[in-house]
Design a protein around this ligand. Structure first.
Ligand SMILES: [Zn+2]
Ligand SMILES: [Zn+2]
Length: 212
């Protein structure tokens, strides 16, 4: 399974950077988050050969603008996309989305792709889990519920193989030690420290992550 970073705070020419995160799982036609700027998102998608018409599902981690801001531009092109949001997602921001589903409990939206829904008392952010031969790959937006809580939740589904996305203020770096692949993106505050680990890889727009 291949994951492509479509939107991130870090990008080099000709890609556009922006505050936010988005990545695409081509094999499943699932987009995770949409960055904060639809024009930049569409620009990067075009360069990466991703046609908005091919996208079947969008998983939004939470309603903050840096994750949901690009949604409108995509839905203007493809209104059929099914959008998965957590329980605590702003009802105001759901207006104008024709085809959405509120995820309460973990939901398998495609073979081996599980949307967590809000975890424990954190109902406003969810993450995505991909089953791979080597374990669970976590894709996280901002990790507001705490990456430690996200890791703990994902462990119910199997050994955590990879974790990709925004880790926010997460600083218990030793918790990442047993994981095969760590890709800190977007809002990760302690990126420099995490990048010193042998199992980490850098994140930027256009980067492809291959999961076996
Ligand atoms: Zn956020
Ligand atoms: Zn964010």
């Amino acid at each position: 399974m291949k994951i492509v970073i479509v939107y991130d705070n870090v990008a080099t020419d000709p890609f556009k950077s922006g505050w936010g995160f988005s990545c695409y799982i081509k094999e499943k036609q699932i987009l995770f988050d949409t960055g904060d700027n639809g024009r930049a998102l569409l620009h990067n998608m075009e360069l990466l050969g991703i046609d908005p018409m091919e996208i079947k599902k969008i998983v939004l981690s939470h309603d903050h603008f840096d994750h949901s801001g690009g949604l409108k531009s995509l839905l203007e092109i493809n209104r059929d996309i099914e959008v998965f949001v957590p329980e605590g997602f702003s009802r105001f921001k759901l207006r104008g989305i024709r085809n959405y589903r509120i995820v309460v409990d973990p939901l398998e939206i495609s073979n081996g792709c599980i949307v967590s829904g809000g975890i424990d008392k954190h109902k406003f952010e969810q993450f995505l889990m991909l089953r791979t031969a080597k374990g669970i790959a976590i894709i996280t937006g901002c990790a507001h519920p705490g990456l430690d809580n996200i890791l703990g939740f994902a462990e119910r589904f199997g050994k955590v193989h990879a974790v990709i996305g925004g880790f926010h203020g997460f600083r218990d770096i030793h918790l990442l030690e047993g994981i095969d692949l760590v890709v800190p993106c977007h809002c990760t505050k302690y990126k420099k420290e995490i990048m010193e680990m042998d199992n980490s890889k850098s994140c930027q727009v256009g980067k492809e992550i291959v999961l076996e």
